[in-house]
Design a protein around this ligand. Structure first.
Ligand SMILES: N[C@@H](CCC(=O)N[C@@H](CS)C(=O)NCC(=O)O)C(=O)O
Length: 200
């Protein structure tokens, strides 16, 4: 049996979406980031970083949300193209997102709307936005030429980037219409809606 440790209110959201796409049975341990659950010796033995998400797939333990989705896609033969070059594009986009947007979009939205006003820092929001804008420009350019990020259909590249852009759903994307359309197409998928409902 597969167990996912990690709340929908964490990067576990992208794994919950993936598991919904796969439609496989799993146990969900709804551990919140920084909670006592992530500090136990049992949890630290799985992830010494004390972070979620983590999976335990019949004794195979894996952390890093993007790696988890790639593992699940390959294991179950879904959303991960078998064509070498398209598969490489899935990796490219997953790693690109982690580098260019993962923290930046969260920092921007947290420090403009999510945190209580007294805790928001304008300089953190501005620094984050300065990185988000060129990354959104990159996506806008690519999505102007193709409906999906890696190949002719929705793939793990789209899932990994769109799920990480959950916070962008509340951002005015008027300047990036192709990105907006693609983000909506991705989040309209039933598995995405179900994962989102677990969080909101
Ligand atoms: N790169 C890791 C990041 C994991 C991560 O930072 N998780 C956050 C929740 S989204 C966490 O557990 N934070 C705990 C902390 O900051 O101490 C991944 O994608 O899985």
């Amino acid at each position: 049996m597969l167990t996912l440790y990690g709340s929908a209110r964490s990067r576990g959201l992208r794994n919950l979406w993936m598991l919904g796409e796969l439609g496989i049975p799993y146990e969900h341990k709804d551990y919140l980031p920084r909670s006592a659950d992530t500090k136990t010796s049992q949890f630290l033995a799985m992830n010494p970083n004390a972070r979620v998400p983590v999976i335990d797939d019949d004794g195979f333990v894996l952390y890093e949300s993007m790696a988890i989705n790639i593992y699940l896609a390959k294991k179950h033969g879904k959303l991960c193209p078998t064509d070498l070059k398209q598969e490489a594009l899935v990796l490219q986009w997953s790693l690109w997102e982690t580098d260019r947007l993962d923290r930046q979009i969260v920092n921007y939205v947290n420090h403009t709307s999510v945190l209580p006003e007294a805790e928001r820092k304008a300089d953190v929001a501005a620094a984050a936005w300065a990185e988000v804008v060129p990354a959104f420009d990159v996506l806008e350019g690519v999505l102007g030429k193709s409906q999906w990020l890696a190949g002719p259909e929705f793939s793990l590249a789209d899932l990994n980037v769109a799920s990480a852009l959950y916070r962008a759903l509340s951002v005015d994307l008027g300047k990036w219409p192709k990105l907006q359309g693609w983000l909506n197409r991705c989040w309209e998928r039933p598995a995405a809606k179900r994962a989102r409902a677990m969080r909101e």
